[in-house]
Structures are given as structure tokens and as C-alpha cells.
Design a protein around this ligand. Structure first.
Ligand code: NAD
Length: 498
């Protein structure tokens, strides 16, 4: 077996060959009895066959995690943290190969997306690696003749279920705190993008006891459902769609185990008349995640711009988008890659068609589709701006998960806050203003778990992140996530003898 943590410069093609048809169980690549095709979305051709883990293979991964659990939990917390941080550095050292693999399986551009994603994933391991000694309990002044205290214990085997859009960051947001807290993990990779996940997990496994990190690949209906229902899984952490999130929550409820959910979003961006238009245009570009083809739960996909700025904003955003390079994800010139698959592309196009069929609506397509013999044109979707839609239009209410931003005008501040809050989701929101009173008022009134003013930061390791309403349950990132979601609190009361 190639030791991927020691190879000086990994080759993504050989990593693909190594992981074809494999799960990672008990520190080893284990061939699956069944296979699933994983396509390169940019070419439409087969990238490699991935494992399609059966119930028995999923059970074997949980058994390996369970076996590793007692020894891992018994290690001093700082030693666990040091091992996790070392794995982060090893992943950073192989970042180019991992980023290329990620670009090949997701269609995301190497330069604008994949390199950054690997860097954040490695940083999350280093961040949580330093927090081992923060697994503190409390002492309680209950009775001077008694010692009353709480301790933090690991939960056991954690199931971490991943989507395809930012698999490595979402993987580390789950498994880094879980591992440092003394749990062992079984990752369910996305069937669309399992290979970079496997490669990172294998690098991690070189720094951890065998079985501490396991990965199963396959469909949600097979290995995903088997994993969530498994009696030895003590915690489920899921990122994905709302419907699957409900099924996962039900599976947890049947066993009475904790479940954290990061689901969808339709995040508002409110631009006031006094905002700095240069910053707003750049904020809309980054906030809408156009370089990720808008495939982001946090995308600022409802942009409410004050009527005084709206025409100038649309013109400038359109000009910026027209100039962006859409193309081969591995080409250094490319800023925007492809949609993940044909099903997702069809969904996006059906929403655009509904906007086009709406009287009074304006649909602005930006940029140019790439031409090239090696590229498959179907999954390159143009950045699209939708104007003039009623607030109850599906393009305004639904998560499209594509490069489609709705732009609405406004003139009444209370009305725009109400429109921003009129959503089943509550993941994120941004407000753009130079007025401190407006900023403070809006942050208090917006119904979202992550509210920012005059900026549109992505997930940061030490900043709590998570949604309200249908956007999910529980926070990820930060010390809080490790303590609240990956430990259980035990209360101990001791009497003095005599
Ligand atoms: P998805 O819900 O289709 O799949 C997510 C994962 O769940 C996959 O690994 C899938 O195989 C698995 N799965 C499917 N059925 C299952 C079942 N019955 N039991 C257990 N696992 C099952 O989501 P997706 O299409 O991969 O990702 C896109 C979605 O993810 C979007 O809705 C997006 O908003 C959401 N998302 C949310 C966040 C966030 O932080 N809030 C971040 C990224 C993506």
C-alpha cells in the first residue's frame, strides 16, 4: 500500500487507481463487492468506479470504529489533539494532489475553489488539534461537604454523512472535533465525490490508531441508511438536503441518539442605500459563491438592493460576471467550473425556465460557455441574475443550488427585513450599510444563524456556524461544537468520608 502521508508528491491519478472500489476500514483499503460510477463532470467521462458499500461492509466499518474506541478515548486528550494536528500538516503537505482530485470529481475550479478547500480542511484539523485540553468540566458549589463536578466524555462511534459540494471542509468540521473529543468515526462519503475524502482519511489514518477513522462509499439508501440505523452509532452528524436530513433525524430518533443537521439555505443579502457599492459587488460575487457555481448552502441567493443602487449594482455585477472565465476546472485560468451532475443541472435549468416564463421577469445570463474538445458542455452553467420576480416565486423561495441569484429592489427598511425573514430557512444573512444603528438593528432582527455586516466570510474554524429553522440543528466550528455535539456531560457528586 502506498503510504500517502510519506510520498513526497502524490499523483492524483494513482490515488484514483488506489481507491477505485475501496472503502477505508480499520486503516486499510478494503474492496467493496459492488461499484458505482463516478464521472468527471467537466468531461462527462468515467473518472473511476467507487465502492458501493453494502450493509455488511458498513457494519464492518462501525465494528472497526467501536474496537478502536476504548483505546483512543483512553489517550490523554492533548495527545489525541497532537495526532490530529499532525494529520492536518500531512494533508497540507499533499494539498496539490488532493485539490486536483477534488477538482476532477466535483468539477470545481482548482485555483478558485479546490486549493482553498484543502487548506481550510487542513487548518480545521490543526485548530481542533490544539483544543484537546479544553475538554473541561466544571465544579459546582452544591454543598461544601461534597465535591460536585462535571466531566466531558466521548460519545462513542460518530457517523459523519457528507454531501458533494465542499466535502473536505465539511468532513473536517465533523471529524476533527469528534476525534479530539475521543470519539471514533465512520464517514459516509458522497457518492458523487468520494475520492478526495478517502485520500484525506487515509492520510489521517497514518497518524491515528487503526479504526479511529473509517470511510464507506456508496448510496444513501444503502450504506447511508445502514449507518444511521446501526445500533452502535452513538451520534449522527449530517450535512445535506432537507429531505434526507429529515430521514436521518428520524433514524436518530428511533435510537434516541443525538443528531446534528446542516441543511439548506436561501440566504438574504440586504444592501442599503448608503452601502459602499464596490464592496457590495465583490461581496455579492463571493457571497453567491459564483466560483463554486453557486453550489453552497450559504449562498447569498436573495439579494435585496435599495432602489437607489439597484441599476448600478446589476450593471457592475453583470460586468464582473461576464469577465469571469468558465472552463476546465484544472486550467489555472478558470474561475468557474461545472455543476456536479446532470440531475442538478436539470434542476437549475428548470428554475431558470420558470423565471423566463414569468411575466415581468428579467433573466440575465452572464459569461460564455467554454468550447473545447475535452470538455462536455452540458454541465457548464452560466451565472444568472433573476429580476422582477414576485416574492412567492419558487426561484425566490427555494434553494436552487446553482449559479442563480435573485435580485429584488426595496425602499422600505421594515418591509425588506420582513421579506428577508419570510423564508423556511435561516442559515445566513448579510447587511451592507455604513450606518451603525441600521447594522445593529438588522443583525438583531434577521432570522439567521450567521449574520454578517459589510462582508461575506466563509466558514471559519473558530466561529460558530449553523442555521435556524429548516436550515438545521446545532452549530459547527469552534470549541462550542466540540463540547456540545461530540461529548456527553457526566455529573459526579462525592461526599467526604466522615
Ligand atoms: P443529499 O442530502 O442528497 O446527500 C447528502 C449525503 O446523504 C450523501 O452522502 C448521501 O448519500 C447521503 N444520504 C442520502 N440518503 C440517505 C439516507 N436515507 N440515510 C443516510 N444518508 C443518506 O445532499 P447533496 O445533494 O449531496 O448536497 C446538497 C445539499 O447539501 C444541499 O441541499 C445543500 O444546501 C446542503 N448543504 C448544506 C450545508 C450546510 O452547512 N448547511 C453545506 C453544504 C451542503
Amino acid at each position: 500500500m502506498t503510504n500517502h502521508s510519506l510520498s513526497p508528491l502524490l499523483d492524483p491519478s494513482s490515488a484514483l487507481a488506489d481507491f477505485a472500489g475501496m472503502n477505508l476500514i480499520n486503516g486499510a483499503r478494503v474492496p467493496s463487492d459492488a461499484r458505482l460510477d463516478v464521472l468527471n463532470p467537466a468531461t462527462g467521462r468515467l473518472l473511476a468506479e467507487a465502492a458501493a458499500a453494502s450493509v455488511a461492509e458498513t457494519d464492518a466499518a462501525v465494528a472497526a470504529a467501536l474496537d478502536a474506541g476504548a483505546g483512543w478515548a483512553a489517550m490523554p486528550a492533548r495527545a489525541r489533539g497532537k495526532a490530529v494536528a499532525a494529520a492536518g500538516r500531512a494533508i497540507a503537505a499533499q494539498s496539490e494532489a488532493i485539490a486536483r482530485l477534488l477538482a476532477m470529481e466535483t468539477g470545481k475550479a482548482l485555483r478558485t475553489e479546490c486549493r482553498g478547500e484543502v487548506a481550510v480542511a487542513a487548518d480545521l484539523l490543526e485548530f481542533y488539534g490544539g483544543l484537546g485540553s479544553e475538554l473541561k468540566g466544571e465544579t459546582v458549589p452544591y454543598n461544601p461537604r461534597m465535591l460536585t463536578m462535571t466531566t466531558r466524555e466521548p460519545l462513542g462511534v460518530v457517523a459523519a454523512i457528507l454531501p458533494w459540494n465542499v466535502p473536505l471542509v465539511l468532513m473536517m468540521l465533523k471529524i476533527a472535533p469528534a476525534l479530539v473529543a475521543g470519539n471514533t468515526v465512520v464517514v459516509k462519503a458522497s457518492e458523487e465525490a468520494p475520492f478526495a475524502t478517502l485520500l484525506c482519511a487515509e492520510i489521517l489514518s497514518h497518524h491515528l490508531p487503526a479504526g479511529a477513522v473509517n470511510v464507506v462509499c456508496g448510496t444513501g439508501a444503502d450504506c447511508g441508511a445502514a449507518l444511521t440505523a446501526h445500533p452502535d452509532v452513538a451520534k449522527i452528524t449530517f450535512t445535506g438536503s432537507e429531505g434526507v436530513g429529515q430521514a436521518v433525524y428520524e433514524a436518530g430518533a428511533k435510537k434516541i441518539v443525538p443528531v446534528s443537521l446542516e441543511l439548506g439555505g436561501k440566504s438574504p443579502m440586504i444592501v442599503c442605500a448608503d452601502a459602499n457599492l464596490d464592496k457590495v459587488v465583490e461581496g455579492a460575487l463571493s457571497g453567491m459563491r459564483f466560483t463554486r457555481q453557486g453550489q453552497s448552502c450559504t449562498a447569498s441567493s436573495r439579494i435585496y438592493v435599495h432602489d437607489d443602487l439597484k441599476d448600478a449594482f446589476v450593471a457592475r455585477l453583470r460586468a464582473r460576471l461576464d469577465a469571469m472565465v468558465i472552463g476546465d476546472p484544472l486550467d489555472e485560468a478558470t474561475e468557474i467550473g461545472t455543476i456536479i451532475n446532470a440531475r442538478q443541472a436539470a434542476t437549475i435549468r428548470s428554475y431558470i425556465a420558470r423565471a423566463e416564463a414569468t411575466p415581468g421577469a428579467e433573466v440575465i445570463r452572464c459569461g460564455t460557455r467554454p468550447a473545447g474538445a475535452a470538455l462536455s458542455p452540458e454541465l457548464f452553467e452560466l451565472p444568472t441574475l433573476l429580476l422582477g420576480l414576485p416574492e412567492d416565486h419558487p426561484c425566490v423561495t427555494d434553494e436552487i443550488f446553482g449559479p442563480v441569484a435573485v435580485i429584488q429592489g426595496w425602499s422600505d427598511y421594515d418591509d425588506v427585513i420582513a421579506r428577508a425573514n419570510d423564508s423556511r430557512y435561516g442559515l445566513a444573512a448579510t447587511v451592507w450599510t455604513r450606518d451603525l444603528n441600521t447594522a445593529l438593528d438588522a443583525t438583531a432582527r434577521l432570522n439567521a444563524g450567521y449574520v454578517q455586516v459589510n462582508q461575506n466570510l466563509t466558514i471559519q474554524p473558530n466561529v460558530s456556524y449553523g442555521g435556524f429553522g429548516r436550515s438545521g440543528l446545532g452549530k459547527e466550528a469552534s470549541l462550542e461544537a466540540m463540547l456540545e455535539h461530540f461529548t456527553r456531560k457526566k455529573t459526579i457528586v462525592m461526599s467526604f468520608d466522615g
